[in-house]
Design a binder for this molecule. Structure first.
Ligand SMILES: Cc1cc2nc3c(=O)[nH]c(=O)nc-3n(C[C@H](O)[C@H](O)[C@H](O)COP(=O)(O)OP(=O)(O)OC[C@H]3O[C@@H](n4cnc5c(N)ncnc54)[C@H](O)[C@@H]3O)c2cc1C
Length: 336
């Protein structure tokens, strides 16, 4: 029934956990297919904070997001799995083929993709940015409106307005100091910020030096330009006064909506609203031969960190392989 070959392990999502699962499955000589809804691998690290440093991944005292993903991909893809980018997984069925029960995954572009086991490493699910409540805001996408900072160079010598009160907004107000044209306007609807106090203090010191302009309690009310953004109208919600501020790059860092989407309808037992319940000793879900690892996998006390997701990926891959081969679960060292 499938135009694609049957693989041992299908991996749903190519973030750090998915890439780690691909490595372990390949290392155990299992055939692997990865399906990822974005056009790139790397999950949140590549999509949300590629140019930030990460300090807490085991074995890497300090590593840039892009570099971490480059290394995860080099390791995870070395056994040449079948990688399908830009396809969102939607359906899961069980089918029988030549007397063998297989899992059949369907995507928005195709499938079914047949496998003996499935490892779900979907993070927070397909995610999309929270947007400003300004009429016609979507029309400015690709014309100066940004929801993430992927490459700092894109903002070289541009007048920037950053909107948000959390860590991302503060981090990029500081992180673009060597790139954007000063002062960077930082707009937040409340007077107090949710971000790390040291970042807020640093931004206030930069304001004193004329390199940052903190605008609170303020909201963006209008976006103007001709083909590309040239300015925004910002209202002070306390005084009611509005001001048109020069802006070539409007960077709204208001967080992401994320949802498990169709995966939540598969009959998997959930942990809360956003995670799939797993047995942490095997990483198996409530559905047989369906495993989960990384941010999407939940159990009491779960900590959502890259290192934890990588560990769970190793547990999931080794258990999935043992189950489909009818073997005992045991570690196989990679040293040669
Ligand atoms: C700003 C920020 C800073 C962070 N800093 C740190 C840090 O310093 N240290 C740390 O350990 N962690 C940090 N984290 C958390 C870390 O990024 C996550 O724990 C990690 O990315 C989880 O990896 P994952 O592979 O489980 O999921 P993700 O990275 O979310 O990857 C999941 C992938 O699955 C794909 N996917 C989802 N649904 C589907 C579908 N239906 N079909 C196909 N593909 C799908 C997504 O597109 C995504 O690429 C940070 C997170 C953020 C947002």
């Amino acid at each position: 029934m499938s135009e694609h070959g049957v693989v041992d392990i299908m991996i749903l999502g190519a973030g750090p956990a998915g890439l780690a699962a691909a490595y372990y499955a390949g290392h155990r000589d299992a055939s692997v297919r990865i399906v990822e809804s974005l056009e790139q691998v790397g999950g949140q690290v590549a999509a949300v904070y590629p140019e930030k440093h990460v300090y807490d991944v085991a074995g890497h005292p300090r590593i840039m997001g892009t570099k971490l993903i480059e290394l995860c991909a080099e390791q995870g893809l070395q056994y040449e799995p079948d990688v399908r980018l830009g396809e969102e997984v939607q359906t899961l069925e069980r089918v029988s083929q030549s007397g063998e029960e297989l899992l059949a995954v369907g995507t928005d572009k195709g499938g079914p993709y047949l496998s003996r086991a499935l490892i779900i490493t979907a993070g927070h699910g397909a995610f999309e940015p929270r947007k400003l409540g300004v009429e016609g805001i979507d029309d400015w996408e690709g014309k100066g409106l940004h929801y993430v900072v992927r490459e700092k160079a894109v903002f070289d010598d541009l007048t920037c307005v950053i909107v948000g009160g959390g860590d991302s907004a503060l981090d990029w107000t500081l992180g673009l100091q060597d790139t954007a044209r000063p002062p960077i306007a930082l707009v937040h609807r409340r007077d107090s910020f949710r971000a790390l106090e040291t970042s807020v203090n640093e931004a206030r010191a930069l304001q004193d030096a004329g390199r940052v302009r903190i605008m609170t309690p303020c909201e963006v009310r209008g976006v103007h330009g001709d083909g590309r953004i040239t300015s925004v109208t910002i209202e002070n919600t306390k005084t009611g006064e509005s001001e048109e501020v020069a802006c070539e790059a409007l960077i709204t860092l208001l967080g992401f909506h994320s949802h498990l989407g169709a995966i939540a309808e598969w009959g998997l037992e959930l942990e809360g609203k956003r995670q799939i319940k797993i047995d942490p000793t095997t990483c198996e879900t409530s559905l047989p031969r369906v495993y989960a690892a990384g941010d999407v996998a939940g159990y009491p006390g779960k900590i959502t960190l890259i290192t934890i997701g990588m560990g769970e990926a190793a547990i999931a891959a080794n258990n999935a392989i043992a189950q489909i081969r009818g073997e005992k679960v045991q570690p196989k060292y990679s040293t040669d």
